[in-house]
Ligand binder design. Structure first.
Ligand code: UT7
Length: 325
């Protein structure tokens, strides 16, 4: 009998502090940085984002999302035998946020590690967990995407600081006789490192280089729509499915125009597109599981629906996962 993996529960968590475009614009204006609600909504679709308080870390957000996914799956933390946290804003240089989250869940022993693929992190992590379940290395995995991107934003750069937010999403992925995850298609191309990066690092006890996010937004935009279409088509082909089989497109929530562009290329009507970027901004590795959980809890996504998850981000990395929910 074949062994597959299937999502059995979803969860998410947003830090309570919600900042609207108008509130952010007013804060930035006080520092001489000019932006407006109109510009942000028109160019990105973002209306608000959440920011974590200073003493709140990625694993703090992640553990709330994880507990909620465990509850939805009807599982206890002690049943989990693999933890992967996709993040680019870990609690510390090391150990991983996954081990810190494991300890906060009150469990020990199972493998736990972070996965760094920036905004594609969740589709990468889901693919790794699926492979480990299929191989028999795990049977009940917790796959988390969690970020405190507000920590790495340059609030003097209006071209980036209005785009991102903090949050976490999680799924429980379990071994199953039926899929579940149908296929996935992952890629990276390191020649595009410069267009989206945080170039700084810790060196000799000091921060060396710029520790804040830098992005060539137009270059990212142009690459994103093309590679997302290719990855989605490749995932469909691997599973022997077509665009017509997709009930919901759950893309990385970066910019409504990129999301609509991908849906159009896949000939999907806009009402099959899950959109949370308006309320969350871009939460990087957290955006897909956050959007998924919101859509599941609102009753839009139901058991048996076919979902296309897809992400794109720094590296350049991109990928898609096709699954029956
Ligand atoms: O998660 C990883 C993936 N990341 C992404 O997907 C981001 C992809 N890129 C984008 O979403 C878009 O390129 C942006 C939203 C970042 C920018 O939108 P755009 O339509 O490409 O705008 P632009 O960069 O061409 O800028 C247009 C104008 C410029 O002014 P001039 O040169 O025309 O006078 C900018 O200086 O808008 C100006 N501008 C702003 N104005 C008000 C840039 N940022 C702002 C701002 N408020 N926050």
């Amino acid at each position: 009998m074949s062994r597959y993996s299937r999502i059995t529960g979803t969860g998410s968590f947003l830090p309570p502090k919600r900042v609207t475009n108008a509130e952010l614009a007013a804060q930035l204006a006080a520092q001489g940085v000019e932006t407006s609600d109109d510009w942000i909504v028109e160019r990105t679709g973002i209306r608000a984002r959440h920011f974590a308080e200073r003493d709140v870390s990625t694993s703090d957000l992640g553990v709330h999302a994880a507990r909620s996914a465990l509850e939805a799956a009807g599982r206890k933390a002690s049943e989990i035998d693999l933890i992967i946290v996709a993040t680019s804003t870990p609690d510390m240089v090391f150990p991983s946020s996954a081990t810190i989250l494991q300890n906060k869940l009150g469990i020990a022993g199972c493998p736990a590690f972070d996965l760094q693929a920036v905004c594609s992190g969740f589709v990468y992590a889901l693919t790794v967990a699926d492979s480990m379940i299929k191989s028999g290395a795990a049977s009940k995995a917790l796959v988390v995407g969690a970020e405190v991107f507000s920590r790495i934003l340059d609030f003097t750069d209006r071209t980036t600081c209005v785009l991102f937010g903090d949050g976490a999403g999680a799924v429980v992925l379990e071994a199953s006789d039926t899929p579940g995850i149908l296929s996935s298609d992952l890629h990276a191309d390191g020649k595009h490192v410069e267009i989206l990066c945080v170039p700084g690092t810790v060196y000799g006890g000091k921060v060396h280089g710029n520790p804040l996010l830098r992005m060539d937004g137009q270059a990212v935009f142009k690459l994103a729509v093309g590679v997302l279409e290719d990855a989605a088509r490749a995932a469909l082909a691997k599973a022997g499915r077509t665009e017509a089989d997709i009930d919901w497109l759950v893309p990385h929530q970066a910019n409504i125009r990129i999301m609509q562009g991908t849906a159009k290329k896949l000939k999907l009507p806009m009402d099959k597109l899950i959109v949370t970027v308006d309320q969350h901004g871009n939460t990087s590795a957290a955006s897909i599981p956050l959007a998924l959980d919101v859509a599941v809890r609102s009753g839009k996504i139901r058991k048996g629906d076919t979902l296309m998850l897809e992400g794109v981000g720094g590296g350049f990395t991109w990928g898609a996962v096709l699954l029956d929910f």
